[in-house]
Design a protein around this ligand. Structure first.
Ligand code: F6P
Length: 362
C-alpha cells in the first residue's frame, strides 16, 4: 500500500451521464483514506495548462445525480492518443508528455485517475510507459470498450432513445409513416440494438452488418401488405449500405464525426420507390448524452469511482477498472484498448431481434 499526497482526476472525450458520480465517489472514498484531490479542467488540456480545481468531499456534495461533468471536457486537443477515421493509435509528441509530467510534479500530483474512452485511455498508456501511476475508468455511451461488460452512460443513453421511440411510435402510427430514427454509437451498434429492441423497432440497422436497400424496401412493402400501416427503423449512425462507406464529416477532431445516414436512407428509398412511402427522419443526437444518469449508471459510476481508489491504494497502476461477470476487476490498460467491442451475431439482443422478425439489414 502506498500513500499519495495528491491524486489528480482527469475526464476527457465526450461527456456521459455518470461522470460526476465517478468523481464524487472517488473523492469521498479517497478522503476517508486521507488522499487529497485536484480535478483538471477540460481533460488533459487542464493538466498541460495548469487549469484545475481542488476537490474535497464538500466540493463534490450533491453532484452525483447531475449529468455533464463539473470538470468540463473536450474530445480533441494536444493529448490525442488516437487519430484518423479508423481511430488508429498515434504517438503524442515527447514535449507534450514531458510537460504533463513536469506539471504533475509542480502540483505534487503523484497519481492520476483517468476517466475516458479508448482515445483517452490510449493517451494515458503513453504516460504509463513513462512511469506515471494511472488507473483508468472506462467511459462511453457507446459501450464499445473491449474487456468491460458495460460502461456507465450506456444505460441512460439507451433509455433516452427508448423514450424517444415510444413517442415516435404514436406519431408514426397516426400518419402511416416510416420513421427513421438515428442513434449514436460510432462504429458499434449497441445503443441502436438495445434501444431498438426495447423500443419496438421494426428494423434495426447496425454498423456491424451492412444493409441492403432492396432487402429493406422489400421488408417495408411486406409490412404494408400485412396491414402494418407504419414502420419504425432504428439506424445506428455508423450503419452503411453494402459497398459504401460510413457517413461523416471531418471536423478536425481526432476522429471523423459520424451522422446523416438516416437522411441518406430517406432520400434513397424515395428514389428507388417514389411515392410509395411517406418517410421522416429523426436524429436523436446529443440528447442521448445529456441529462441525469439513470439508477443503473449511478450505481455503476459510483462503483467504478471507489474501485479506482482501491486500485491506486493497492498499487495496481497501469490498469483499468472493468466490469466482468458482475464483478469489478483490474485489467492492464493495454488490453482494455486493444480492440473495439462490436455487436456479433451471437449477442443476446441480436439473436432475440432476429427471432422476433426484426429486419437486421439483410
Ligand atoms: O463516443 C460517444 C459519442 O457520443 C458517439 O456516439 C458520437 O458519434 C460522438 O461521441 C459525438 O461526438 P461529439 O460530441 O464530438 O459530437
Amino acid at each position: 500500500m502506498f500513500m499519495f499526497k495528491k491524486i489528480g482526476i482527469i475526464n476527457s472525450g465526450g461527456d456521459v451521464q455518470g461522470l460526476n458520480a465517478v468523481i464524487a465517489s472517488a473523492v469521498i472514498y479517497g478522503a476517508k483514506l486521507n488522499y487529497k484531490f485536484i480535478g483538471f479542467i477540460k481533460g488533459w488540456e487542464g493538466l498541460l495548462d495548469l487549469d484545475y480545481m481542488e476537490l474535497d468531499p464538500n466540493s463534490v456534495k450533491g453532484i452525483s445525480h447531475l449529468g455533464g461533468t463539473i470538470l468540463h471536457s473536450v474530445n480533441k486537443g494536444r493529448f490525442a492518443g488516437k487519430a484518423g477515421s479508423d481511430g488508429t493509435l498515434s504517438r503524442i509528441p515527447d514535449e507534450i508528455i514531458n510537460l504533463a509530467i513536469e506539471n504533475m510534479q509542480k502540483l505534487e500530483v503523484e497519481a492520476l485517475i483517468v476517466i475516458g474512452g479508448d482515445g483517452t485511455l490510449s493517451g494515458a498508456i503513453q504516460l504509463v510507459e513513462r512511469g506515471v501511476k494511472i488507473i483508468g475508468v472506462p467511459k462511453t455511451i457507446d459501450n464499445d470498450l473491449n474487456s468491460t461488460d458495460q460502461t456507465f452512460g450506456f444505460s441512460t443513453a439507451v433509455n433516452v432513445a427508448v423514450e424517444a421511440l415510444d413517442r415516435i411510435h404514436t406519431t408514426a402510427s397516426s400518419h402511416d409513416r416510416i420513421m427513421l430514427v438515428e442513434t449514436m454509437g460510432r462504429h458499434a451498434g449497441w445503443i441502436a440494438l438495445h434501444s431498438g429492441l426495447a423500443g419496438g423497432a421494426d428494423a434495426i440497422l447496425l454498423p456491424e452488418f451492412d444493409f441492403n436497400y432492396d432487402g429493406l424496401i422489400k421488408f417495408l412493402r411486406w409490412r404494408k401488405t400485412v396491414g402494418r400501416n407504419y414502420s419504425v427503423v432504428v439506424i445506428s449512425e455508423g450503419a452503411k449500405p453494402i459497398g459504401e462507406s460510413v457517413m461523416g464529416v471531418d471536423i478536425g477532431a481526432p476522429e471523423v464525426k459520424l451522422g446523416g445516414i438516416s437522411e441518406q436512407i430517406m432520400k434513397k428509398i424515395n428514389e428507388i420507390a417514389p411515392g410509395e412511402f411517406e418517410i421522416r427522419n429523426v436524429i436523436l443526437g446529443h440528447i442521448q448524452r445529456g441529462g441525469t444518469p439513470d439508477a443503473e449508471d449511478r450505481v455503476l459510476a459510483k462503483s467504478y469511482g471507489t474501485a479506482a481508489i482501491e486500485a491506486l491504494h493497492n498499487e495496481k497502476y497501469g490498469h483499468m477498472i472493468a466490469l466482468q461477470n458482475s464483478k469489478l476487476v483490474e485489467i492492464p490498460l493495454l488490453e482494455a484498448v486493444d480492440k473495439l467491442k462490436l455487436v456479433t451475431p451471437e449477442a443476446m439482443a441480436f439473436q432475440t431481434a432476429k427471432r422476433l422478425g426484426i429486419f437486421m439489414g439483410v
